[in-house]
Every structure is written in structure tokens, then in C-alpha cells.
Design a protein around this ligand. Structure first.
Ligand code: C2O
Ligand code: CU
Length: 546
């Protein structure tokens, strides 16, 4: 294994999108940011210099970081932010991951423009479990706001109201031909007839699940979230924020031509208005076929509200389960948790006027706890046994039961949640099963739930209320997908399992950023085991202070 070094300079740069120039935070002036290339098992050292004017942290999304929560990145969870003028050296320890992951800022809404791909190749002497592609192309799906997002965020936090949705989806930073002033810079992928391309697709967006398709071509999915899948061929994929999908594109059109690659919002929330949401890029054959008029648009790209297409896609994800990439789903469960996911409200303080539902403050919760960021990081407080920073009583089940998913019957009286910094403590190596239960409070929708520090198996998914008598019998314990972000279906549930053999402090949250801001998160603390290799590493000397 090799050690690879990178310098990340956080700085402001000007970018023009949607007819308007704007100053955005970038890494090294690039948006999307630089791609990190490595091989399985490498150590990547990234020195981050904050040359911007606000606090920042960086997270290595999907990297388990064995025993090393110190470099995980979420602000106030595992570190204090890097202040303007400061720097911090992250040690990104790759272990089991192979495929596509990504890195992003983990402070406020900074990840809107501070993100990039992590490409992890097989170890030297080993190879892909599929035919070597001619080329590999990161396809980073994102979102663009015409306004300064952190200002929108501050405004929303002040009023307790909603946060404006973005003005465009993007493909590798570009909205594409369907948006004003965008055509000249639409992202283009040149291809050669007869070759196969590996698309490393990342949903780096803040608030949209996305459908993705290429006109006139199928996609063969071979991996997700840094782990291989059994290959399956589809006309479109669905990818939630936080997820990655590796897909082979065969440039098999003998007639050549130009084809749109399109990413369209998949919106499950009943009230979300989606206008002009489809980002496009162009796949163009380089052969000497005469240039034609407009590229073809993918006829099979599902509509904005097509839940059935999303469900059918997601149901096909299976771990590869080969000799080199075995599946090992834990059979015995030590900690069972049922965790309700809700968008709800907090009461507005007497002296203020709030812009949330019915004059309340917009909030969100897990098991009716709306997570409040502490003012110093939880990891440091845990390591030094500082009291008063967090409580170790995050509940294993919701405080009360009701018909969680009855969409017609919003349980108004249960809207109010409570704020708290509650964590769940588990023993080293305990097997944890979390059943995420969607609710219909303030409208049911999909939630991409993400866990730091672990890749979990998604053993089950379903609609309605989880039935602990019947539903476990439907689990896939043979070849469930290995992921770090699970799309919990609208008015439904999803069950994950993982072995907590990674001591440290690990954030778990919805990957819709507005939900994180509202409190849809919690933290796992995994205790040290007895053996020296079951203990957390000591902190590096240069941890930022709060
Ligand atoms: Cu992609 Cu907590 O992060
Ligand atoms: Cu959510």
C-alpha cells in the first residue's frame, strides 16, 4: 500500500452559471473539486488550508476510517472546524473500500461547491471483477443556487422557515442545454464506437434524489458506495444524495451520433414543486459520423414523481458475493433499534415570529429527538471524559407509537419534538440492526440515511409500517447491497445491519442537508475493545480547537 499526498486550498473563486457570476468556495479553485485517485488499502494524506473567510471541515464520505474518527470531519461531531487561516491534516485510511466514493465539506452548506470524487482502484496485481473499461469518467451530479446558500441558510435558521431549493441540477458542475446561458459550457463525453466506459456516478446534491439515464443506451451497474454489485442492466438509475453508482456504458451505436445524458429530480415530497430540474450532458461519438442536429433525449428517463421506477431500480442492488469480494451478513443481532424519521416542528420562542409551519420553527428528528450540535466536538469530549457535552440516552425506539405512515392523517398533536445532543453507545463489535421508519408527519418523503465509520448491509426495505413479526422474514441475508447511504422509501422502512468493530464517534444523518440542519441526525459512540487493535487511535497533535 502506498501513501498519497494532497494539498487542498479552500478559497473563493468566481463561477458563472445561469447567467450570473457568483463567488463560491472551492478547493484549489476547482468546482467540482479535484479527484483523489488511490488503490485499495492506501493511506491518503490531505493537508487542508483554509484560505476562505468561514469555518470549514472536510469529510471522506464512505471511508470507514478504521480506529481513526479524528480524521472523519463532521463539524462538532469529530472535530472543531478549521478556522480561516488555519489548517488541518487529514489521514484518510482506506481499508475495504474499492470503487467510487467522494469527499465533501461537512460544515454548514459548504458542500454545495466543496466536493469531489475518490476513485479507489483494485490493489496492484488484482483487477476489476468485470472487463477493464477503456476509460473511467467521474460523473458528479450536484446543484446550483443563484444566491449565496450560506446566506439562505442563516436566514432560514433565523426565521425557522424553509430553505430555498436550488435553481438547477448539474452534471460535473454544468446545468446543461435546458438552462439559460448554459449551452456553451454543457459537459461533453467523447466516446469511441465499440469501447466501454466506466461512469463513476456520484450524487453530491444537497436536496434531490435523481433519476439518471442516457438516450439510446443502457447502463450496466457494477458497484455502489465503494463496493461491487452483481452486474445488472437498466435503462435508468435512481441515486440519492450521498450515494455512488458505478455503471458501464457501452458505446455500441454503430450509427454514432450525439445523446443526452440527463439527471432529473425524483421528488417524493407531496408539496415540492420541481421546475426545469433536468440537467443534461452530451455523449458524443468521436467517429467521423457527420454532426447531427439536436442530441436525442432519453425517452426512458422516469418522471419526477415516478416512485415505482425508483423502487424497481433499488430492488436490483445486490452485493457481488464473489470469492474476492465475499458477503458476510451478521446473523445474530445484539442491538436492535427502530428509528423514526420525521420532519416536524419546535415551538417558536415567545418573543419571535417564526416562518415554519403554523408559525412554529421548522425541525426534524430521529425518534423524536431533534439533534442539537454541541459547541465543542463530541469526540474530544468523549476522549477526555468532559461532561455536559452530550447525553448517552438516544432511545432504541420511538417514545410513542402511532400509525407512522398514514399519509392522510398527519398526527398534528405530535408535531413538536425536543432538542437534545443524544448519542447511542454500543459495545465494540456488537451487531447493530437499525430499522429506519419513515413517518408522514408534515408530509412523507424518501430520506437518504447515511452512517459514518461503517459500510452496512441493507437487509430489507418496504412500504408502510415495519412489522417486527412479519418483515424480518423477508430480509435478504445472502447478498444484500453493501452501502453507506440507504434510501428509506417514502412512507416506508429500511433495515440495515453492521458490526460495530470500529471504535470511535460516528455521525448518522439524513443526507438531505436541510434535514441535517433541522436535526435529523444522531451519533454512535463505539467503545474500545480489549485488544490494542480494537482501540481508538490517539488524537493527532494538530486538532483544531473550538
Ligand atoms: Cu456525506 Cu455526514 O456525510
Ligand atoms: Cu431526510
Amino acid at each position: 500500500a502506498k501513501t498519497r499526498y494532497h494539498d487542498f486550498f479552500i478559497k473563493e473563486s468566481n463561477y458563472t452559471r445561469l447567467c450570473k457570476e457568483r463567488t463560491v468556495l472551492t478547493v484549489n479553485g476547482q468546482f467540482p473539486g479535484p479527484t483523489i485517485y488511490a488503490r485499495k488499502g492506501d493511506l491518503v494524506i490531505v493537508n487542508v488550508y483554509n484560505q476562505g473567510d468561514k469555518n470549514i471541515t472536510i469529510h471522506w464520505h464512505g471511508v470507514d476510517q478504521p480506529r481513526n474518527p479524528w480524521s472523519d470531519g463532521p463539524e462538532y461531531i469529530t472535530q472543531c472546524p478549521i478556522r480561516p487561516g488555519g489548517n488541518f491534516t487529514y489521514r484518510v485510511i482506506l481499508s475495504e473500500e474499492e470503487g467510487t466514493l467522494w469527499w465533501h465539506a461537512h460544515s454548514d452548506y459548504d458542500r454545495t461547491t466543496i466536493h469531489g470524487a475518490i476513485v479507489i482502484h483494485p490493489k496492484l496485481g488484482t483487477t476489476f471483477p468485470f472487463k477493464k473499461p477503456h476509460k473511467e469518467i467521474p460523473v458528479i451530479l450536484g446543484e446550483w443556487w443563484k444566491a449565496d446558500v450560506n446566506h439562505l441558510l442563516e436566514e432560514a435558521e433565523r426565521t425557522g422557515g424553509e430553505i430555498n431549493i436550488s435553481d438547477a441540477n448539474t452534471i460535473n458542475g454544468q446545468p446543461g442545454d435546458l438552462f439559460p446561458c448554459s449551452k456553451a459550457s454543457t459537459y461533453k463525453i467523447p466516446v469511441q464506437h465499440g469501447k466501454t466506459y466506466l461512469l463513476r456516478i456520484i450524487n453530491a446534491g444537497l436536496s434531490n434524489d435523481l433519476f439518471f439515464a442516457i438516450a439510446g443506451h443502457n447502463l450496466t451497474v457494477v458497484g455502489t458506495d465503494g463496493h461491487y454489485t452483481k452486474p445488472f442492466t437498466v435503462k435508468h438509475i435512481m441515486i440519492a444524495p450521498g450515494q455512488t453508482m458505478d455503471a458501464l456504458l457501452e458505446a455500441n451505436r454503430a450509427d454514432g451520433g450525439r445523446y443526452y445524458m440527463a439527471a432529473r429530480t425524483f421528488a417524493t415530497h407531496p408539496d415540492i414543486e420541481v421546475n426545469n430540474s433536468t440537467a443534461t450532458a452530451i455523449v458524443e461519438y468521436m467517429d467521423d459520423t457527420p454532426a447531427r442536429g439536436l442530441p436525442e433525449f432519453p425517452a426512458n428517463l422516469p418522471g419526477v414523481k415516478d416512485i415505482d421506477s425508483a423502487t424497481a431500480y433499488t430492488a436490483q442492488l445486490r452485493s457481488l458475493g464473489s470469492k474476492d469480494h465475499p458477503v458476510d451478513v451478521p446473523r445474530q443481532v445484539d442491538e436492535r433499534m427502530l428509528v423514526t424519521i420525521a420532519v416536524n416542528v419546535l415551538p417558536c420562542a415567545p418573543h419571535e415570529t417564526c416562518g415554519g409551519p403554523d408559525g412554529n420553527r421548522q425541525a426534524a428528528s430521529l425518534n423524536n429527538v431533534s439533534f442539537a450540535n454541541p459547541s465543542v466536538d463530541i469526540l474530544g469530549a468523549y476522549y477526555r471524559s468532559v461532561r455536559g457535552v452530550f447525553d448517552a440516552d438516544f432511545p432504541n425506539k420511538p417514545p410513542f407509537f402511532f400509525n407512522f405512515t398514514d399519509v392522510d392523517n398527519d398526527p398534528v398533536e405530535r408535531w413538536a419534538t425536543k432538542r437534545g445532543t443524544k448519542v447511542k453507545v454500543v459495545e465494540y463489535s456488537a451487531v447493530v440492526e437499525v430499522v429506519f421508519q419513515g413517518t408522514s408527519i408534515l408530509g412523507a418523503e424518501n430520506h437518504p440515511m447515511h452512517l459514518h465509520g461503517f459500510t452496512f448491509y441493507v437487509v430489507g426495505r418496504g412500504f408502510g409500517n415495519f412489522d417486527e413479526q412479519k418483515d424480518p422474514a423477508t430480509y435478504n441475508l445472502v447478498d444484500p447491497p453493501h452501502q453507506n447511504t440507504v434510501s428509506v422509501p417514502k412512507a416506508g422502512w429500511a433495515a440495515i445491519r453492521f458490526r460495530a468493530a470500529n471504535p470511535g464517534v460516528w455521525f448518522m444523518h439524513c443526507h438531505f442537508d436541510r434535514h441535517v440542519v433541522w436535526g435529523m441526525s444522531t451519533v454512535f459512540i463505539v467503545k474500545d475493545g480489549k485488544a490494542p487493535e480494537a482501540k481508538m487511535m490517539p488524537p493527532p497533535p494538530n486538532m483544531p480547537t473550538c
